[in-house]
Design a protein around this ligand. Structure first.
Ligand code: HEM
Length: 235
């Protein structure tokens, strides 16, 4: 059985590792969006959900370290594949055109490295804003004191720079997933042209649903005025 180091070094191994880590990241993104939608639930829903995650203690840290490792492997291989391709073919990546076939060389596939690097920078900035952000405390209905993540999110997206900056990055997330979901599933499983086309369509639909789901949050909070918005219940 090849070791993880050998897998990193072979082209097929790297494609498989990018695919597996990519699928795991998609699961994280679905889970994260579902959790974030708690902002539209009962007044306490988002803070209760965040409190539940934090109460997991060591389990949460294991999940965080696992997620970080997945992010790093995915980004590392993605960037190294791009560097290798650039070295082998010093034509500007943007003017490169492929000759038909199921290569899906659309705008989002040619910009995978760009959107990926922006997402990586975004995640560092994002974790600093929300997971490590300066927040007050709130009291749940049962009297438990918890971190007030909900107010931090509502206040952050009152700032147009954050609201529109997030919206822009979520569009790039959609572009990355639009090609990435197809690419991961075809490199891991399906090889037939017909199945590839079906997966491509499913990937695009999933990417649009996820991107729109995420970007709805900052835009709705910004234009709705936080607690004033009809779908946000603060008390
Ligand atoms: C509108 C979009 C988003 C909102 C409102 C949002 C909100 C949040 C919040 C509130 C937290 C802190 C959770 C807590 O500590 O309880 C968080 C953490 C995090 N978010 Fe997001 N998020 C968004 C998009 C994304 C995207 C697109 C990604 C990945 C590509 C992402 C990755 C993360 C990561 C890695 C953490 C740290 C998790 C942890 O340390 O527990 N987020 N996000």
């Amino acid at each position: 059985m090849p070791s993880i180091i050998e897998a990193f070094q072979s082209q097929v191994g790297r494609k498989i590792l990018t695919g597996v880590t990519g699928v795991l990241l998609v699961f994280f993104i679905i889970f994260h969006l579902a959790g974030n939608l708690a902002i539209f639930g009962e007044p306490d829903a988002m803070n209760s959900y965040s409190h539940f995650l934090h109460e997991l203690g060591p389990l949460l840290w294991i999940a965080r370290i696992g997620l970080l490792a997945i992010f790093v492997i995915h980004a590392w291989i993605g960037i190294s594949i791009w560097l290798k391709k650039r070295k082998a073919r010093p034509v500007n990546y943007n003017v490169y055109s492929s000759k038909g076939g199921p290569s899906k060389q659309g705008l989002s596939s040619r910009s995978m490295t760009f959107t990926g690097v922006v997402l990586l920078i975004f995640v560092i900035f994002h974790v600093n804003t929300f997971a490590l952000g300066d927040m007050g405390t709130a009291e749940l209905a049962d009297g438990t004191q918890v971190h007030d993540i909900k107010t931090l999110v509502l206040d952050t997206f009152q700032n147009p720079l954050y609201a529109f900056g997030y919206t822009f990055v979520m569009i790039l997330l959609g572009a990355h997933l639009g090609h990435g979901i197809w690419s991961a599933f075809t490199s891991l499983t399906v090889k037939s042209k017909k199945a590839s086309a079906v997966i491509y369509t499913i990937g695009i639909i999933a990417a649009v649903v996820l991107a729109v789901g995420f970007l709805f949050i900052p835009l709705y909070i910004y234009f709705g005025g936080g607690c004033e918005a009809a779908l946000i219940h603060c008390n």
